[in-house]
Design a protein. Structure first.
Length: 95
């Protein structure tokens, strides 16, 4: 049962992160970027930084332009945001 709780919490993290980045999962977005977003969501559910992400979201502003550096899919989330709302490109690399 503990794993299911973790998946639920991390799924909530990705939803909140997307909301703060202005990424709206509407039909047009789903049609154009659904596979990329699905990969991000699956990775988020298995991420080792989930607790750090929850803590970051608790302190972060309501609106952010970029995913945090510790996120393994920061570049992909930033790319989804850029494609949807045109936020600035990432100036660093996350490994």
């Amino acid at each position: 049962m503990r794993d299911f709780d973790r998946y639920d919490r991390y799924s909530a993290n990705i939803g909140e992160m997307m909301e703060r980045m202005g990424i709206e999962f509407d039909e047009e977005f789903k049609e154009n970027f659904g596979p990329a977003l699905s990969a991000v969501i699956r990775t988020c559910q298995l991420c080792r930084s989930g607790n750090l992400c929850s803590e970051w979201l608790a302190r972060a502003p309501v609106n952010v332009e970029q995913a945090p550096d510790f996120c393994p899919y920061a570049d992909r989330l930033d790319g989804l945001a850029i494609d949807q709302i045109g936020c600035p490109t990432r100036k660093h690399t996350v490994h």
